[in-house]
Design a protein around this ligand. Structure first.
Ligand SMILES: O=P(O)(O)OC[C@H]1O[C@](O)(COP(=O)(O)O)[C@@H](O)[C@@H]1O
Ligand SMILES: [Mn+2]
Length: 656
């Protein structure tokens, strides 16, 4: 089905005509396909899940992916109503979430006849649950969600009536043989994965997979695995842009992301996962920087506490790369007057002895300064060894094979915004002034605002990514603008006050100034205006954002339910602010629900103690009647195919 959507979206009706007439040449073939498509249009709309701001928290993310945002357990509950105690239900649910880990535990607990009995019971339960989750889908779609090596067996078990006496022996022989031939565990694992897949059909990741947490690379790997049938899309977040920018050869993006990796004690992602060589940087850091409380890493990775020597080294690296970042910003701001970022030129506002800084008419004392490499007469000039460090980092980033594989996926499945089934998905905001007028960027005499701003930025991002050897062209500089520019839809704030937060105590200088969008988005008329700008129906559409953690006591659902913010704090450092462990928004045939997850402890704890994240659901919207595939984007594509096929049928009947 997804392939069909690709034609319908990507090419014109003539291509569709030639495509379909080549594929279905006879009257019976065309008629069969029309029957098939029109039947699919009547199925219930599949479930979509929306998540955002995962920030490298792989285990928590995986848990939500595996439990289908709490959906797997509700399916088990409905399927086995009154047949399972809470403990049995919990154990069975965890088998579906973590089959290989739970199977290992079962082998420890049970042997001989007890194990055989367990297999027999588990097989039957899994088949029933699979049948229950598969009811919404065509056989063909269910088949595609199965592990290919088990399709025959699983279909036999799924579609044959085991209660018919004639089939009973046949059915049990399959199960017995799976056990005897030692394929039982493999089949259980494969089937649990199929159930997970069918429980949520499509995942939208509304930005910020990267930074702060320990394993963004594994989040991407699991999305790649999950996406086999185009069931994932990504709306880039400002942090993802840094990594795309890194692969595209932007020194500024690289300096920022290395700084953040040092700040959160995640340099090992760079070295061990992406093979980025940090030797030059470490040498420079050791030469020029000492211990400095403002640059001590924020928190240790829970699985690897650091030694004092490591802490000192990270603190030094953190300073060295921060200073390279601040130096690179100067020339970028100067060569791009169209970015209107002169107010972010800071190093030249420092006193010659670096003890104070002059900002907006105030003189502020500098604390924890570390300006040994800065020449007050030419503060943005990189020392030769700093230049060498950043050049070697750019070289490593543009040549990391694994980083490119991950970023290719982000490029392939990602976009600045997505219109999907009547909703608008975007990470940050649509920049506006206080009166709600769209604002943006003027480039080479053309002003881009609203949807055009997004399209222009995306076109440049794709250009920069395709040309990693171009390092200071407009397209590459725009990547950095996306991270921090005052009218960047992904940043949505006026100033990124990184420098001030390191060196100035006065909290007044730390304010970043959110775009007016963030207070205007509470107003339904404003959201309708945004939906119209993106050519969506303002009456039925929603805007879905990530990016701004929803603080305790504030409502993530605004503007008469038309605006939903789902940054609920997967990111551990932000859980103090949000008080929860994250949100998932679900959109199924019955309507929309917001699921609130409690903080995740650890994977080991979850598996051993069967501790699920407690998830509570809140209904955002209920459909007056169940929505069908016909009312989705895929449905529209299928209807276009039906039209073409009917035309072809008429032509054949008329002898054309
Ligand atoms: O929490 P940290 O590491 O100090 O980072 C704060 C910075 O992150 C930002 O909030 C951007 O990151 P988010 O997209 O996660 O909000 C900046 O506005 C701010 O300057
Ligand atoms: Mn963000």
């Amino acid at each position: 089905m997804s392939q069909k959507l690709v034609y319908a979206k990507g090419s014109c009706i003539m291509d569709l005509y030639s495509e379909l007439t080549a594929k279905y040449q006879t009257v019976p073939a065309i008629a069969t396909e029309i029957i098939n498509l029109e039947a699919i249009l009547n199925l219930p709309k599949p479930t979509e899940a929306f998540m955002s701001d995962i920030h490298g928290e792989y285990n928590a993310f995986q848990h939500v992916l595996r439990n289908g945002s709490g959906n797997v357990k509700s399916k088990i509950r409905s399927c086995f109503r009154d047949e399972m105690t809470e403990t049995t239900l919990q154990r069975f649910a965890f088998l579906v979430y973590y089959p290989s880990e739970r199977l290992a535990a079962i082998h420890q607990e049970l042997q001989g006849d007890d194990l055989q009995q367990w297999y027999l019971t588990t097989f039957r339960r899994l088949i029933r649950l699979l049948a229950f989750t598969a009811t919404k889908y065509t056989r063909s779609k269910v088949r595609k969600a199965m592990a290919p090596e088990f399709v025959y067996i699983t279909e036999e078990l799924l579609y044959n009536d085991a209660d018919t006496p004639d089939k009973l022996a046949y059915y049990w022989q399959i199960i017995r043989n799976l056990i005897v031939l030692e394929q039982a565990d493999e089949w259980i694992e494969a089937t649990c994965r199929t159930i997970q897949r069918l429980t949520v059909d499509h995942f939208h990741i509304v930005g910020d997979i990267y930074d702060r947490g320990p394993a963004p690379d594994q989040v991407v790997e699991s999305l790649i695995k999950r996406d086999q049938r185009h069931s994932v899309d990504i709306q880039w977040g400002n942090h993802d842009i840094l990594w795309i920018g890194g692969a595209a050869g932007s020194a500024l993006c690289i300096a920022n992301l290395v700084r953040i990796s040092a700040r959160y004690n995640n340099l090992s992602i760079l070295e061990d996962v992406y093979g980025i060589n940090l030797r030059h940087l470490a040498r420079l850091a050791e030469q020029y920087y000492q211990d400095n409380p403002a640059f001590s890493p924020k928190m240790g990775r829970s699985d690897r506490p650091i030694t004092e020597a490591e802490r000192l080294q990270i603190t030094q690296i953190h300073q060295a790369i921060a200073m390279i970042q601040f130096k690179l910003e100067g020339p970028a701001i100067k060569r791009r007057p169209e970015f209107e970022m002169d107010h972010r030129l800071l190093l030249d506002k420092l006193a010659a002895d670096f003890s104070t800084i002059q900002l907006n008419g105030h003189t502020y004392p500098i604390t924890n300064g570390c300006f040994a490499t800065v020449d007050p007469a030419d503060p943005y000039r990189l020392l030769p060894e700093e230049q060498e460090v950043i050049d070697s980092l750019v070289e490593s980033f543009t040549h990391s094979e694994k980083l490119h594989r991950h970023m290719d996926f982000l490029m392939d499945r990602g976009s600045m915004y997505l219109r999907y089934n009547r909703n608008l998905l975007l990470h940050g905001c649509v920049p506006v002034d206080e009166a709600g007028n769209f604002i943006g960027l003027t480039i080479e005499g053309t002003t881009y605002t609203g949807r055009q701003l997004f399209d222009m930025l995306e076109a440049n991002l794709r250009l920069a990514y395709s040309q990693p050897t171009e390092k200071a062209d407009l397209a590459t500089d725009l990547l950095w603008y996306l991270w921090t520019g005052p009218n960047s839809p992904l940043f949505g704030k006026h100033d990124m006050t990184t420098f001030e937060r390191y060196f100035i105590k006065d909290p007044a200088t730390h304010a970043e100034g959110r775009n007016a969008y963030y207070h205007l988005r509470k107003d339904p008329d404003f959201i309708k205006k945004i939906l119209r700008e993106f050519v969506l129906d303002p009456e039925v559409g929603h805007v879905i954002n990530g990016h701004t953690p929803v603080k305790k006591g504030t409502d993530p659902i605004m503007a008469d339910n038309k605006m939903i913010v789902i940054d609920g704090g997967f990111s551990k450092p932000y859980q103090k602010t949000t008080g929860i462990g994250g949100y998932t928004l679900l959109d199924n045939s019955y309507g929309m629900q917001l699921v609130t997850h409690q903080p995740f402890t650890t994977k080991a704890d979850a598996i051993v103690n069967l501790t699920d994240i407690i998830s509570t659901r809140r209904v955002v919207e209920t459909e007056a009647r169940r929505r069908t595939v016909a009312e989705t984007d895929i449905g529209t594509a299928l209807q276009a195919e039906v039209e073409v096929l009917k035309r072809r049928l008429a032509e054949l009947r008329n002898g054309d």
